[in-house]
Write a protein that binds this ligand. Structure first.
Ligand SMILES: Nc1ncnc2c1ncn2[C@@H]1O[C@H](COP(=O)(O)OP(=O)(O)O)[C@@H](O)[C@H]1O
Ligand SMILES: [Mg+2]
Length: 244
């Protein structure tokens, strides 16, 4: 029988994140929730990761309590299913403060300004903007796009994704109403046509978010494919505050 679809993460990275011993755990003071930088060790390898325990989540009026860490994981899996590995490898596991998400730490250079981000011409930014609509990301702040020293763009902080009501808030409103680059659209279509990938995604997401949220996700994908553009959202209402 064919093996079902799974995120493509090197086995050593997966084992480190999922089973590594947590040898240090320090609060990141500027997170909006209790977010920790942890050191993980497994089989002679050591790396840092960002641990977000369920217990450290600040309650919100519009998202069900205790679900943000699962949304972090669901966002990672969705980006993988789309073939867009811009979210650092993420797992769900237990840590010193109980169950939470654990995401590989990526080194990055500080972002100079929102304008510098908006002026970045990079297909990965177009993918991130498409992802934010597809995943209904309510929290794409300036500090949630990181540029690694090698130039690669990473996206972090996806706890506020997958709501069934439209919630997009992003510092990338210049994409609103614009055509989605043809190659990005092809990638989305390729995912949508791949039944094994769609089925695998549904199965994995079914353990992290609601079935209605998964259906809404697929509807947004179909909307984007039918229109070939980013939605024309309100550029005043659909930006986060503060922008960083
Ligand atoms: N994978 C990561 N790699 C590097 N830094 C990260 C990563 N995830 C989070 N951070 C850092 O931790 C801070 C808080 O994380 P964030 O995901 O924004 O948490 P919160 O949900 O608390 O807002 C970020 O602003 C960033 O500086
Ligand atoms: Mg944040």
């Amino acid at each position: 029988m064919a093996r079902s679809w799974r995120p493509d993460v090197p086995i050593e990275t997966h084992q480190l994140l999922k089973h590594g011993a947590i040898t240090a755990c320090e609060l990141i003071p500027w997170g909006s929730n209790y977010t920790f930088c942890v050191t993980l060790r497994f089989d002679g390898r050591q790396d840092q990761a960002v641990y977000k325990p369920r217990r450290g989540e600040r309650p919100l009026w519009d998202f069900p309590d205790g679900t943000l860490y699962r949304r972090e994981y669901a966002a990672f899996v969705t980006s993988q299913a789309l073939g867009w590995p811009f979210i650092p490898p993420t797992v769900i596991r237990r840590g010193p403060h109980g169950a939470g998400s654990v995401q590989l730490f990526v080194d990055s250079e500080p972002l100079r300004s929102i304008r510098a981000l908006q002026e970045t011409v990079d297909l990965d930014l177009a993918r991130i903007a498409a992802f934010d609509f597809i995943a209904n990301n309510a929290d794409r702040k300036g500090g949630h796009v990181l540029r690694a020293p090698d130039g690669k763009l990473w996206g972090i902080d996806h706890g506020l994704c997958f709501h069934i009501d439209s919630k997009v808030r992003t510092v990338l409103p210049h994409f609103f109403g614009q055509p989605v680059p043809a190659s990005v659209l092809t990638e989305i279509q390729t995912f949508r046509n791949d039944r094994a990938r769609v089925k695998g995604l549904r199965e994995i997401l079914g353990r992290s978010i609601g079935r209605d949220e998964i259906d809404a996700l697929l509807r947004r994908i179909d909307w984007m494919l039918a229109h070939g553009s980013y939605p024309s959202l309100n550029p005043y209402r659909s930006v986060p505050w503060p922008p960083f």
